[in-house]
Design a protein around this ligand. Sequence first.
Ligand code: HEC
Length: 142
Amino acid sequence: MRRRLCKILTTAVILLSATYYIVPILADTPAEEWKAPPRAARKKNPIPADDKSVAAGKVIYSAQCLSCHGPAGHGDGPAAKDLNPKPRNLADPKIQEQTDGSIFWKLTEGRKPMPTFEKLLSEDDRWTVINYVRTLKAREGK
Ligand code: HEC
């Protein structure tokens, strides 16, 4: 009788600890793909990507994005290590292939732990920082 109780208790402990350890692991798996609605993705960037805009975008990037996305956009900023999910590598083709409209929508909406920039940045500043993000594209051979 005692043995049976012991077995039941052991099983319970194993099951409980399994849940305790497995649930956070599952929660850590990459979130589903983040996709902008097609209409938002089609929006055109009204700010020409000239030198002036790229320079202004770099200033905005340094103030608002670098802490998470890192100096070269590789997702390795000083605040990145404690975040889950991790900030994305902005040089990655998966991001560079997106339209400006799609990135604009994501900046506006945010997705935890990335903040929404709707209030933090004006619309023009959001388009401007995208012009700078384009310059982070991974260069071939690098
Ligand atoms: C607090 C940290 C933080 C800041 C600040 C931040 N990001 Fe992010 N960013 C993230 C995280 C985390 C993700 C991944 C979110 C996800 O996939 O759910 C992300 C994802 C992205 C993506 C990729 C979206 C995709 O297609 O998967 C882009 C583009 C981006 N950030 C641009 C920016 C820009 C530009 C700024 C500055 C205006 C910025 N981020 C500021 C943390 C941050």
